[in-house]
Structure formats: structure tokens, C-alpha cells
Design a protein around this ligand. Structure first.
Ligand code: AHR
Length: 500
């Protein structure tokens, strides 16, 4: 950890909390994840097969399972991504040996042998005690195919699909609530115009039925980052009775340039601040899309789901360009904290978010190398933030300071404050400044516990076979005095405090 400056040499900031003012529930689904048939996310990362020497439960890696259980993954999205709109679910059921093989055209042109399919995914969700979030194929699949998938998974009675499920070894239907109809339909999911997509959406969703007490929560394809026209048209045509949510996708590309995104671990201070500035654009995106949604849906019945977010860097040198494998540093931890704090604050509209992606792809919480596993700095943030899940957002105002370069001036601090069902208050703060520690005055006392994630430098990362450089640790950098707490938030850190 950095050596902390004396309190009088620190920047000062104030966090004023109003415990009486409750601002909504932070859905646990904001802490969701995403698992696509892409690179080594599913195969190697999650699924190794029952015959593997790597310890597994029904073919699912035991270490990955336990690590994901520890961060209380509430919802997992699958099978894509762009892959979803080429995925034909019937290819992934029945005897593994006779499952069809296909080309994964989006991600490296590799052979997908479908050994991980509907049963394996829903099995994984049951083991994780999380909600499955299925992305249905609208791009290249038929209405019938989508309707039958829902029937296969959720119908309890006698029907061709329910009988087929039973024949494949699953007597009882699964509980499947979240169902997406098309992914990035403005791009890899079919290059549609919003008007055309909205019509198709209405048709497809009509045949996705609620069976046997299972009620689907339908998610329409939302905008690509700042495509406000898409949101306008979709909202115009999808009134609350057609959809429960629309899905926004926004990735943080440090340089803002998709051709040369930048390295995950080799970056300058200027590139670091540029990354923070790029990620903080999420706030404007949520606000402006929400404004449009408010006009069509003033009661907020249609939710905004950020079902793909995170940092997207150049792939690690020597790895397959189509596999999107990248390391994950202390910078990613700051990015994760800024976004999760923001989603918490916007919980009235933002009902779910899914970090891309769970294992070995983009801003992963876990990385694997053979039998080895690394919990990334981003993982540590998800672990720290668990108490926010399903807690009540409290009103809080933060007056801080700015950090960065001339080109990328950013607010140094981000925060969110919630109250758990046990009445304790949970505060999370990040300080992205690389130069300034902060003495934060909070109008509360009664600290029960504090934790910190920090490192010597933002480039620090956790590597295979090495002592982790970025970990969640207990923290004692605070003093309490009559109704207030002075909390030191070191530069480049994420800190949490639980108050009585
Ligand atoms: O997460 C990687 C890809 O990014 C997804 O497949 C796609 O939806 C998005 O463009």
C-alpha cells in the first residue's frame, strides 16, 4: 500500500448522509455477470467436463464455482453476446457425443461442439443459486425456435418440448425469469433499424409464454452507448405491456479508439485518467436514456439493464485475437467501483447490470490457466460490495475534488450508501486520484468494520502462482469523534465502511 500522507497534507471531502431519506432498493441483479461462448469463458473457464483432472461438479470447475458463490452472483447471462444470435439451442441438448458442431463465427471461427448447453447452464445457475438470464436468438433463429426454448425450460405439463426435456433427464422445469429477445440487434444481432427491431420484438415476445407459474421478465435490445435515437424509437413502440426492460451496452475503451484500445497492464498515468473519464461517461448515458424513457414511461415500469459493461483492452500479447483475453489491474478495480456506485445511485431505473465477462474474457472477475485460478482486482470489488445487494439506497451528497490531467479531469471520489435489512449502513468510496489521499468527513459514527482494496500502483495485478498484489483487506484508517468519522481514502483505492 502507498504510504499515507499526514491528515493536514491530504485533500478533504465531505460525505453528508441522510439516513431518513430512502431512495429505492438496490437490486442484487446490479451485481450480475455475463458468460458467453467466447474464447475461454465457458470452456476452460467454467466448464471442463466431468472427465477432467481439474476438480469439478458435473463438469463445472469447483474453484470457479466456489469463487462465484463467494461474491453471491445473483444473475448470470448466457449464451451471448453476439454468439446468442447464432445459437440454436436444440444443438446443445441430448447425448453430448451426438450434439451438432458449429463454427463460432464471431469469436475466432473455432469449433463449438455444444457440450455446454441448456441443461449444463441451468445446472450451473442452480449450483450458484442465481437467476439465469437467457439471451434468445432473434437474429438468425425463428419465432418457433424461441417459443419452444421457453416451453422446453419452463413447462410442467405434457407437450412436445416438456417431453423432450424429460427424455433428456430433467423431469421438473427450471425457473427462468430473465429472457432477452435478441442481442445488439443494431449490430451483430442483425443490423436492424430500431423501427424494424421493435416490430420483430413485438412478434417474437408474443410467443414467449408464461408456463406453469413461471413469469418471464422480457428484455428488449436497447441502445449501443449514446444511440439515443434507438431508445426513442424502441420506447415509442414498446409500451410497458410488451417489455419489462431495455438493455444498454457500454464498454470502457481507454483510448476511445476501437482500433487501438490500449494495454490492460502497461499504461501511463494519462491513459489511466483517460480510462476513468471514459468509464464515467456511463452516468450521462444512464441519465439521457432515462430521460427518454421517462417521457414514455413516467412511472418507471420499464427498467434499464446494463447487460454488458466493463473495460475492453487489446488482448494479451500472444493470445488469440478473437478470444478477448485481458489481464485486470487496480485500474479495473477503480472502474468497477465507479460503475457499481453509479448503478446503486441510479437504482430507480437500473434494475440489473452484467459485467462482461465472468471468466477469462474482457474485465473478468476470474482468470484461469489450466488448474490455476486468479481472483482479479475486479473480483475484490464485487466481494467488497456484497452488502449493497438488495439494500436500501440512502440519500447522500459528496463534495470532493478533481483529479487527472488537463485532458481528463475527473471527480476523484465516487460513493454509494445503503442500509441493509439488519439496519446497518454500508458506505463504499473510491478515490481514483493517483496523487492525493483524502480525509473524508462522514456525518456518522459507530464503525463496525472497514475494508480496503489498494495497491502500490494502478498497474498492479494478480498473477498466476504469485502472491496477489491486489486484495480485499481489513482497514483501520479512520477516527471517530462525536457523531462523525474521518475516513482516510488513500489515492487509488476503494474503501468500504459498515456503520451500526
Ligand atoms: O462481450 C463481447 C461482445 O461485446 C458481445 O458478444 C457483444 O454483445 C458485444 O459487442
Amino acid at each position: 500500500m502507498f504510504s499515507i500522507k499526514k491528515e493536514d497534507a491530504m485533500k478533504t471531502a465531505v460525505l453528508q448522509i441522510n439516513r431518513e431519506e430512502k431512495c429505492g432498493i438496490v437490486s442484487r441483479h446490479i451485481y450480475g455477470h455475463f458468460s458467453e461462448h467466447l474464447g475461454r469463458c465457458i470452456y476452460d473457464g467454467i466448464y471442463v467436463g466431468e472427465g477432467s483432472a481439474i476438480p469439478n461438479v458435473h463438469g463445472i470447475r469447483k474453484d470457479v464455482l466456489e469463487a462465484l458463490q463467494e461474491i453471491h452472483v445473483p444473475v448470470l447471462r448466457w449464451p451471448g453476446g453476439c454468439f446468442a444470435d447464432e445459437y440454436h439451442w436444440k444443438d446443445g441438448i441430448g447425448e453430448k457425443a451426438s450434439r451438432k458442431k458449429m463454427v463460432n463465427t464471431n469469436w475466432g471461427g473455432v469449433v463449438e461442439d455444444n457440450r455446454f448447453g441448456t441443461h449444463e447452464f441451468l445446472d450451473l445457475c442452480e449450483l450458484l443459486h442465481c437467476e439465469p438470464y437467457i439471451a434468445g436468438n432473434m437474429g438468425s433463429g425463428t419465432v418457433q425456435e424461441m417459443a419452444e426454448w421457453v416451453e422446453y425450460m419452463t413447462f410442467d405439463g405434457v407437450s412436445p418440448m416438456a417431453d423432450l426435456r424429460r427424455k433428456n433427464g430433467r423431469e421438473k422445469p427450471w425457473h427462468v425469469k430473465f429472457f432477452g429477445i435478441g442481442n445488439e440487434s443494431w449490430g451483430c444481432g442483425g443490423n436492424m433499424r430500431p423501427e424494424y427491431y421493435a416490430d420483430e420484438y413485438r412478434r417474437y415476445q408474443t410467443f414467449c409464454k408464461n408456463y406453469s407459474g413461471n413469469t418471464l421478465y422480457k428484455v428488449a435490445c436497447g441502445p449501443n452507448a449514446g444511440d439515443y435515437h434507438w431508445t426513442e424509437k424502441i420506447m415509442e413502440q414498446l409500451k410497458p405491456w410488451y417489455t419489462d426492460a431495455i438493455a444498454l451496452h457500454y464498454y470502457t475503451v481507454p483510448s476511445g479508439n476501437w482500433e487501438k484500445k490500449g494495454s490492460a497492464t502497461d499504461f501511463t498515468d494519462a491513459e489511466y485518467y483517460q480510462t476513468i473519464a471514459e468509464t464515467l461517461k456511463m452516468e450521462e448515458l444512464i441519465d439521457r436514456h432515462s430521460e427518454i424513457m421517462d417521457r414514455y414511461d413516467p412511472d418507471g415500469n420499464i427498467k434499464l439493464i446494463v447487460d454488458e459493461w466493463g473495460c475492453w483492452y487489446d488482448v494479451e500479447p500472444g493470445t488469440h485475437p478473437g478470444f478477448l483475453y485481458q489481464q485486470n489491474s487496480m485500474r479495473d478495480a477503480i472502474v468497477a467501483a465507479c460503475n457499481l456506485n453509479l448503478f446503486n445511485q441510479k437504482c430507480k431505473r437500473v434494475a440489473m447490470a452484467n459485467l462482461a465477462q465472468a471468466v477469462n474474457v474482457l474485465q473478468a472477475v476470474l482468470l484461469t490457466d489450466g488448474a490455476k485460478l486468479v481472483k482479479t482486482p475486479t473480483y475484490q470489488v464485487f466481494r467488497m460490495f456484497v452488502p449493497h445487494q438488495d439494500a436500501t439506497l440512502l440519500s447522500a451528497s459528496l463534495s470532493g475534488f478533481t483529479a487527472g490531467t488537463e485532458e481528463s479531469q475527473v471527480p476523484a471520489l465516487s460513493d454509494s450508501v445503503t442500509e441493509g435489512t439488519d439496519g446497518t449502513m454500508f458506505v463504499t468510496i473510491s478515490n481514483c486520484s493517483l496523487s492525493d489521499d483524502c480525509a473524508l468527513k462522514i456525518n456518522a459514527d459507530g464503525v463496525l468494520e472497514a475494508q480496503i482494496i489498494t495497491a502500490e500502483k494502478p498497474q498492479a495485478y494478480n498473477d498466476f502462482g504469485k502472491v496477489p498484489a491486489v486484495e480485499l483487506k481489513p482497514y483501520h484508517g479512520y477516527t471517530e469523534q462525536c457523531g462523525k468519522t474521518i475516513l482516510t481514502v488513500p489515492r487509488c483505492s476503494v474503501v468500504s465502511v459498515r456503520f451500526a
